[in-house]
Write a protein that binds this ligand. Structure first.
Ligand code: CA
Length: 228
């Protein structure tokens, strides 16, 4: 998932970012409420992790403004105090869940998974399949014709994204924005390099070919070859 992390304390921000990235998520970290609103307007995120006490614009206001602007991205609120008032005001502002500081990384990751499950109509953790290609998101496992294919985290994320959108043409930008954070996806051919690696591992030795290049546009995962 691509996650926007809004937390002004550098130590907590770095700790959360690292934990999420180790779990395969792409994380953009910002430190003020103003930046949170700018970044949420500029990119599409799967989840926003939002601290309540922030400089300039506080987390509750950020959340209210997002919802008022029809931004439906799930929000996990971070709060320093566990009082009923804090919880109620967070949920009133449009947050989907909240977590009280200090928290263990394990608990944060569990909340992130639960939110991902709750907000997606298609269950995030159900098995994905196309022809003889199978991908199990919860076990992080890919097989083709019954053979296990080892994929590093980014290649796995790209394949999962392609599978969730099987039959649709995905541009390089769509793929990049889904898998990398803002800092790392600016190299233009990085998606092509990853697709080449994926093909070598899960397409070259098998039939039918599943990854199709759509000239000058991007890629599509499907059983049928392209019409164009
Ligand atoms: Ca804070």
């Amino acid at each position: 998932m691509r996650i926007l992390l809004v937390e002004d304390e550098p130590k907590i921000s770095a700790y959360v970012k690292r934990g999420l990235e180790e779990s395969g998520h792409a994380v953009d970290a910002v430190y003020t409420g103003r930046d949170a609103l700018d970044w949420a307007a500029a990119a599409v995120y799967d989840l926003i992790i939002l601290d309540i006490l922030l400089p300039q614009v506080d987390g509750l206001t950020v959340c209210r403004e997002l919802r008022a602007g029809r931004n439906r991205t799930p929000v996990l609120m971070l709060t320093a105090r566990d009082t009923v008032d804090d919880r109620v005001s967070g949920l009133d502002a449009g947050a989907d869940d909240y977590l009280v500081k200090p928290f263990a990384m394990k608990e944060l990751l569990a909340r992130v998974r639960a939110l991902a499950r709750r907000v997606n109509e298609a269950p995030k953790f159900a098995m994905l399949a196309l022809a003889d290609l199978m991908l199990d998101p919860s076990a992080h496992r890919v097989t083709r014709a019954g053979k296990v294919i080892q994929l590093p985290a980014k290649e796995f994320s790209i394949l999962e994204y392609l599978l969730r959108n099987a039959g649709r043409v995905l541009t390089r930008t769509m793929i990049a924005e889904h898998v990398w954070n803002y800092d790392s996806y600016n190299q233009s051919n990085v998606v092509d390099v990853y697709i080449r690696n994926l093909r070598r591992k899960m397409d070259d030795l098998f039939e039918p070919k599943l990854i199709h290049t759509i000239c000058n546009v991007g890629y599509r995962l499907s059983v049928e070859a392209d019409e164009n």
